[in-house]
Write a protein that binds this ligand. Structure first.
Ligand SMILES: CC(C)(COP(=O)(O)OP(=O)(O)OC[C@H]1O[C@@H](n2cnc3c(N)ncnc32)[C@H](O)[C@@H]1OP(=O)(O)O)[C@@H](O)C(=O)NCCC(=O)NCCS
Length: 160
């Protein structure tokens, strides 16, 4: 497995495909290659990736704002789950946030995503609120809008 690194434009298509298949399934595909490219090029956003023999193993997209960072998108390929890859990627993004002087990270995940809720809880995130119908609000979407759980982590509470 390669080291975690910042994404380049060449990673965008694989990231978008993984978002469509592993995160946005059943919802309109919003993280297209074009949008991922925008995140890679955005000065206040980091897109971290990890690859193995050329294949995308996982990625995380974090937007660093003044008082909080927002983890926008995060996934590990099914073939590489439960091996600590997600924990490593999240730590990498958190270290950047600490270095930038950011105190808090916020993230949303689907309410029925038990794996992600457990993963974030294990990583020190606290569940703060339910956002009803958060996923699937895009115009023209006629499918089932899903609730989100909003989580946050205060970085100074759990150094390292
Ligand atoms: C959530 C996700 C990122 C976890 O990635 P991962 O690389 O498997 O996570 P790790 O191996 O670092 O797991 C760390 C801990 O989180 C918890 N965890 C991870 N996956 C879990 C699962 N499926 N069920 C229960 N707990 C889980 C466990 O406590 C795990 O430790 P353990 O394996 O020693 O028991 C991955 O399952 C994923 O990509 N899911 C699909 C996309 C998604 O839901 N993204 C997040 C919302 S945007």
């Amino acid at each position: 497995m390669n080291a975690i690194r910042l994404a380049t434009p060449a990673d965008a298509a694989d990231i978008a495909a993984m978002s469509r298949d592993e995160i946005e399934r059943g919802l309109p595909w919003s993280w297209t290659e074009h949008r991922v490219l925008g995140a890679i090029r955005h000065p206040d956003t980091n897109v971290a990736v990890i690859r193995d023999q050329g294949a995308l193993v996982g990625f995380g997209i974090m937007a660093y704002r003044q008082e909080a960072a927002h983890l926008l998108l995060f996934s590990v390929h099914p073939s590489h789950r439960r091996k600590g890859v997600g924990t490593g990627l999240l730590r990498w993004l958190e270290v950047v946030a600490v270095t930038a002087g950011i105190e808090r990270i916020v993230v949303e995940c689907r309410r029925d995503n038990a794996a992600a809720r457990n993963f974030y809880a294990e990583s020190g995130y606290h569940e703060m609120a339910i956002s009803k119908g958060y996923y699937g609000r895009s115009p023209g979407f006629t499918g089932h809008a899903e609730d989100a759980i909003r989580l946050e982590k205060w970085l100074h509470e759990s150094p390292g």
